[in-house]
Design a protein around this ligand. Sequence first.
Ligand code: SAH
Ligand code: SF4
Length: 446
Amino acid sequence: MSGGPGDRRVEGAAADGSSTAGGPGDSSRRGDLDSWLSLRRPPDMPSAQDIDATTAAKPSLAGLGRGGLMAALAAIGVPDRQLKMRAAQLWSWIYARGARSFDVMSDVSKELRASLAAAYALERPGIVREEVSQDGTRKWLLRLAKRGHEARLPEVETVYIPEPDRGTLCISSQIGCTLTCSFCHTGTQRLVRNLEVAEIVGQILLARDRLGDWPDAEPTGGARRPAPGTGFNPYEHRPERRITNVVLMGMGEPLYNFDNVRDAMAIAADGDGLALSKRRITLSTSGVVPEIRRWGDEAGTMLAVSLHAVRDQLRDRLVPINRKYPIAELMAACRAYPGLSNARRITFEYVMLKDLNDSLADAKALVKLVAGIPAKINLIPFNPWPGTTHQCSDWEQIERFAEIVNRAGYASPVRTPRGRDIMAACGQLRSASLNLTARERRAASG
Ligand code: SAH
Ligand code: SF4
């Protein structure tokens, strides 16, 4: 059987556009899913799909670390001496092959599969809504389980951005954000809570499900069966992956949810599972200085820093965490980032705000500020959202700005806005069900 009624309901929606159950066979219809994803959208307009998300009754194993899997196995009576081996089997099925049902786990005994299915599910976060932009960007609104005293089911967004040479998944680390950067839509939503490890990893699993981005369930030839811990690469059969990169640039400040984000990225980077190289994972921070070095030591991913201004006076206004950790301290932390080299550069993000931070003097000061740091400078045209008072710089000004940065020897790609029509571009994410009050809006944009 499949991993629970919730699984089937989402599959049903994917296959036929309704929220009715599609039957157990649906989960393997990757071809159908592909064509649904590409054909459902009329060529000239974005699509939106409401999906009836459900919450699983049984705890899900999808998103757990090795320790969590071993504890779950022990709880259903698996003997201690088998725990490591059984957890490795589950790991491989969940993270290397994307199993959504215990049924397919052909190297696990029938009895154990039955016990697992009786106690657990392989559920991902529920999808409430899926939107596809004119440019192919996809945004999923996810509904998570309630924790503690939460009044309603929390929601979070994940975005997939396809490009010719890569596919980037932009994931969230918190529901809302405690920080209030003046140009960011997420910053207008107060923090609801940190995401848990399984909710962070779940965003990757779910995106892989929706994009059909798993290797074939059954490898050809018995010899190719995954042997846990042997570095078996199931993608040998289908080397082209849709998700090649993960960026922690969705909702929230990832360094304020340090431990969960670190543990989730360890699962994402594990070579026996999702196997995303740490060089293809980028954490973006607004500048939580004391955690930057620790992140490098404990997680070792690529780093992006939301700089956005070269003077404290302006950065204090745009990125208020600057009042706590001013530019000089931030730059010192960047210079000391573990593993920094020409092959592992820091990306400095700089949102282009008309008449605020886009003068040519600013461009020159920016180049001086990052001098000596192996760096890329990413110029991001400001993405507007309802209620903002900011405006995007004129295109000619962005080009003049980029020219100065380029001439100083920095690659300075201007990030093409992606998914603006579905509010999926940088800084446009916000839990859709939360409507801003007029006061919140004024407070956020003032
Ligand atoms: N909290 C982290 C990561 C999430 S934001 C951070 O601030 O770095 C990801 C990137 O989008 C950041 O560089 C952020 O400054 C930028 N951003 C936020 N709002 C934006 C907007 N409206 N237009 C363009 N970029 C924006
Ligand atoms: Fe939070 Fe980042 Fe938005 Fe600032 S830019 S409010 S830190 S999500």
